[in-house]
Design a protein around this ligand. Structure first.
Ligand SMILES: [Zn+2]
Length: 276
């Protein structure tokens, strides 16, 4: 009896995250993401290494399997691409294209920390936060939205280049996710980690790693994904509600990928690749 109660209670206790109001259709998310991804891939150098790519895709596909059924949308295709720059950043476009900077993989101490950032990004996509946030802003035609949404999700110099690169060039009218959406992505991310066998507390570890790296401020990731307040504490609390005792932290595959990256020539900064 006791064992049964312990096995059932986490499902009852986890926080339920709902979709927000959204003026756009899931098909429009897909279209926006596709247009923005084409622009991103023109502007940023991708890491073309089969082993690193296969590893990242494997972790990504595994995490996508943890998205609750009710948050699956027709046409969404999650893809995972390594950008060969050393800044600590990651971003996901509506409909699923997800980009992880090489610097983020290098900064992660464990596979669980890397999975924490990826689960957070996947959660923004599944919750359709890019278009939900756009729905709260001035309405623009879909074409105009593509650049602006992508620019805002990516942030900083690359974000403004991408938003100018689309035909409307409106720039960004929102610069970061709301605290409410950050909280939701943190919580759903923790749930996805737990469902796929990771320890969600690793996500809290990654955010702490990012905060440390942000010492003097200016880290793109944290300006696009602001701390909604007590971020680590809330993630650890969700892990407790989920009844997580342990889970995957580090793996041999992750250590191999880190060693492989360390053997490559150092990646440039985003500023270097977006000059002139
Ligand atoms: Zn976020």
């Amino acid at each position: 009896m006791v064992v049964l109660a312990m096995a059932v209670s986490p499902l009852v206790a986890q926080t339920r995250v709902e979709l927000s109001d959204n003026d756009y259709t899931p098909a429009e998310d897909v279209e926006l993401g596709r247009e923005a991804a084409a622009e991103v891939e023109q502007q940023l150098p991708l890491l073309r290494d089969d082993e690193v790519t296969a590893y990242l895709r494997g972790v990504g596909r595994h995490l996508v399997g943890g998205i609750p059924d009710r948050l699956e949308h027709p046409g969404f295709q999650y893809s995972f691409t390594v950008v060969n720059v050393r800044d600590l950043n990651a971003f996901a476009l509506p409909g699923g294209p997800t980009y992880i900077n090489r610097g983020m993989i290098e900064a992660a101490r464990t596979e669980g920390e890397l999975a924490g950032v990826m689960a957070h990004e996947i959660s923004h996509v599944a919750l359709r936060h890019g278009t939900a946030q756009a729905s709260r802003a001035t309405p623009f035609a879909l074409g105009a939205l593509a650049g602006a949404v992508a620019g805002a999700l990516i942030g900083g110099d690359v974000g403004s280049i991408v938003s100018q690169g689309t035909q409307f060039g409106l720039g960004t009218w929102f610069l970061s996710f709301s605290r409410e959406f950050e909280r939701e992505a943190d919580i759903l991310g923790a749930q996805i980690m737990a469902r796929t066998g990771y320890d969600p507390r690793e996500a809290a570890g990654m955010f702490e790693t990012l905060e440390r790296a942000n010492g003097g401020g200016g880290l793109e990731f944290l300006s696009s994904h602001p701390d909604p307040g007590n971020r680590s504490e809330r993630i650890i609390e969700e892990a407790r509600l989920l009844g997580v005792q342990d889970g995957t932290t580090d793996t041999a595959a992750f250590r191999r990928i880190k060693a492989r990256l360390a053997d490559m020539p150092e990646a440039p900064t985003t500023a270097q690749v977006t000059e002139n």
